[in-house]
Ligand binder design. Sequence first.
Ligand code: MG
Length: 410
Amino acid sequence: MALTPAPSTTSPSSTSSPSTAAPDPAPAPGPQGAASLPGDRIASVRLSSVYLPLATPVSDAKVLTGVQAPMTEIALLFAEITTKDGHDGIGFSYTKRAGGPGQYAHAREIAPALLGEDPSDIGRLWTKLVWAGASVGRSGLATQAIAALDIALWDLKARRAGLPLAKLLGAHRDSVRCYNTSGGFLHVPIEQVLDNATAALERGIGGIKIKVGQPDTAADLRRLTAVREHLGDAVPLMVDANQQWDRPTARRMGRAMERFGLTWIEEPLDAYDAEGHAALTATLDTPIATGEMLAGVGEHMALIDARACDIIQPDAPRIGGITQFLKLAALADHHGLHLAPHFAMEIHLHLAAAYPLEPWVEHFEWLEPLFEDHLEIRDGRMYLSARPGLGITLSDRARAWTRESEEFRR
Ligand SMILES: [Mg+2]
């Protein structure tokens, strides 16, 4: 689809009033600040809707309790931004099950607002994109569409600086502890879970998480017992109930699982039950982790205010991108929370590396076919590469899985 042509000036103006467009040199910064200074400008934004097929339908507790159907694919929204000076950046958002077409449609509506803008002004551009769709809110699908663009701008800024994103942000470490999730889903027979755990540890991954939350809690404990006996006591082990317990069940299971020495219990309760999570956090010795399903910084603030967890699990694409993640990370650090971001290790490795307290990053191999580059994992940790930005390049397979794509240009 062709865009409305830009004015044929060499210095696109970001002012909202066409009657005040100024010739070069640009006017001194006014209320809009650096956007009116000379410099690089966003020349194009390409959006792509990509559907990643999963090798096997995937089930967690939400499937076994009848809340959801098995997951067969992941919908990704990629944003690729270029500037007139030849810099570029890539970002992505995603959704599991429904929502991919909605994210893509919203991004298509708002992406043209970036054209002609200074790519360095990421905070201002995030606000501009929110206001472009203010009626659909500041969380959820609307800001998940913004996330792909925001992440691309951060990638661009780090690439232009010649730095890995973590270094641009200010890294505390060059590697992050990592644990595997993908081998421990509930559709996987326990013998295979044990083999998957062995393979993950042999690959250099440092911890193992398994899913729980089945209707039969005794079955959960049997699987957990088998995994702990298989791993021994020294390997960090986590469980994830995917919100499928009520408060009494979570309390009872939490006490029953204390003997396993778990690194954390994840999402024991409904994602929005801050009060219930807070009671568990105060009651159990095992740390409580939650936050992956929340769709904005404001929603996370309810967890922080309630002292609902020991470990917070934000997901940058899900809460509106890196700009929002950094805001939340500062708040979480101020409150002494540990960090274990959810999914999207390609992004979260950098954000975790820049978090003050020693974090964890979640290993899923699912997204690996989308990228040419792969993360180095050894000795229980995932390492930053020397590649600038996020260090990712879309693969030919990602291009082949693209269902829709559109480029906006001025
Ligand atoms: Mg989880």
